[in-house]
Write a protein that binds this ligand. Structure first.
Ligand code: SF4
Length: 178
């Protein structure tokens, strides 16, 4: 008993090793809203949890309830947060004129108009109704489309519809195929 009392006294003298700041610390996602989403980068289709506070995304993690990724994300998927918040993201249209050695900022409307005009001009000049053996092909091999991994399902559907069925472009490719 004497030893127990002495031990109690000793413990009472030791300053609490946990500071108030540590006691108040909590995960940054505490109190955040969470939405379930899909990693935009590749066809594996890992599920993600998107955390937000005050309308702003604050964190993106793997969804531990997903049978595909079980809470994990590869390095690319784990960096999805930077799709939204990285200061290095290019947010303006970049144009490099023929034979130029540098990029210039151009308005989006200007770029859209230029792409539309060049697409029509090239398609009109290069459209093939039949191939060399007389088979109907209704295509142009002079234009290609390469999509980025962050295009979503709906955008990819429209791209495929417009460029393949609509314009006869054969070379439609995308890094991701979700
Ligand atoms: S990029 Fe990585 S995290 Fe994203 S779906 Fe593919 S494997 Fe999963």
């Amino acid at each position: 008993m004497a030893i127990f009392d002495r031990l109690k006294n000793y413990i009472g003298l030791v300053p609490n090793p946990i500071t108030e700041k540590t006691r108040q610390a909590h995960a940054r996602i505490k109190g955040a809203s969470v939405a379930i989403s899909v990693c935009p980068y590749c066809a594996v289709g890992c599920s993600q949890l998107i955390y937000s506070k005050d309308g702003k995304i604050i964190d993106i993690e793997g969804n531990y309830e997903s049978p595909i990724n079980g809470g994990t994300l590869c390095p690319k998927g784990a960096a999805t947060y930077n799709l939204i918040h990285s200061p290095y993201r290019v947010t303006t249209v970049k144009y490099r004129a023929p034979y130029s050695d540098h990029w210039e900022d151009r308005p989006l409307d200007w770029a859209m108009e230029r792409i539309a005009q060049l697409t029509k001009q090239t398609r009109d000049a290069e459209f093939e109704t039949c191939d060399t053996e007389g088979r109907r092909v209704n295509r142009t091999l002079a234009i290609g489309h390469l999509g980025g991994a962050t295009l979503d399902n709906e955008e990819n559907y429209l791209i495929k519809k417009l460029f393949t069925a609509g314009l006869g472009i054969v070379a439609v490719e995308n890094q991701a195929r979700i």
